[in-house]
Write a protein that binds this ligand. Structure first.
Ligand code: G
Ligand code: G
Ligand code: MN
Ligand code: NA
Length: 252
């Protein structure tokens, strides 16, 4: 209860900040930024999402927080364009507790308010969200996809999504969970899992993204299998926009 009150106050005081992690395509060019929220706590410093997202989800505060994050993503997309970097996507994580009609409204409003090209916006959702109430998920996804916004399945491989269903959702990308990427090159099971996910995605005409790429070995392994996009500490950590911008400008 204490933390909920603190979080409500943090929203009022605008203490949530966004950091951004770049994603790169197979030509090693930046193609997207994932928006990741942090809490700039007045006494405890910069707190990671694990310390407050669960409570935000339980208390419903995630709805307002999600709206702020979406707004940050749209504002920073505009910054990219102003700096001569058009064409990158901005991705935002969406919790199951946010996945309702209000999200459709927030997305629609954000696109209009910031003149954000809908194709530039990507929503990251989890398998858990899809499987909780698949019919409802499909309906909401179709409404949002109709705007031109795309969907990624985050942490793919850790949940229990049925392949039959996967085909029915308007999904643009699968983000292979970093637990499968970690031991690529040494663990044969992880290599087999990554191979199957990439093969499945290619068969369903869905793009693939590997997250948690930390070594050149992993990167080469994935590129040899035609992974579409990569993300990870090797290529760029989550960082404040002002820090990331000069790195992106180098690719111009
Ligand atoms: O930023 P970090 O890598 O520590 O993220 C940890 C987890 O928090 C990830 O699972 C990520 O999806 C989640 N997360 C980060 N930012 C947001 C956000 O703005 N909204 C929601 N719902 N989850 C987020
Ligand atoms: O669940 P989601 O994919 O949204 O989580 C993103 C989280 O993954 C963030 O907490 C981010 O800091 C973390 N992350 C991003 N790249 C790497 C990486 O290369 N290695 C590890 N261990 N974590 C990463
Ligand atoms: Mn994510
Ligand atoms: Na992930």
């Amino acid at each position: 209860v204490q933390l909920v009150a603190e979080l409500r106050q943090a929203l009022e005081r605008d203490e949530f900040v966004a950091v951004f992690q770049p994603l790169f395509d197979s030509d090693e060019r930046p193609v997207a930024l994932e928006t990741l929220v942090r809490w700039q706590h007045p006494e405890r410093g910069l707190l990671p999402p694990g310390e407050f997202i669960p409570v935000c989800e339980e208390s419903g505060l995630i709805v307002e927080l999600g709206r702020r994050v979406l707004d940050q993503a749209a504002r920073h997309y505009r910054r990219l364009v102003d700096e001569g970097l058009p064409g990158l996507r901005v991705a935002v994580n969406v919790s199951p507790a946010q996945f309702n009609d209000e999200l459709v409204r927030h997305v629609t409003e954000t696109i209009q308010r910031h003149s954000l090209p809908p194709e530039a916006l990507e929503l990251e959702i989890t398998e858990g969200l899809l499987m909780q109430d698949p019919e409802r998920a499909i309906e909401l996804m179709r409404q949002i996809a109709a705007l031109g916004v795309s969907f990624s399945i985050d942490d793919f491989g850790t949940g229990y999504s049925s392949l039959a269903y996967l085909k029915r959702f308007p999904i643009d990308r699968l983000k292979i969970d970093r637990s499968f990427v970690r031991d690529l090159g040494s663990d044969e099971d992880d290599a087999a899992i990554c191979n199957s996910i990439i093969g499945l995605a290619q068969a369903l005409d869905i793009r693939t993204v590997a997250e948690g790429v930390e070594t050149v070995l992993q990167l080469d392994w994935l590129r040899a299998r035609n992974i579409d996009e990569v993300q990870g500490y090797l290529l760029g950590r989550p960082m404040p926009f002002e820090e990331l911008l000069p790195l992106l400008l180098r690719y111009l």
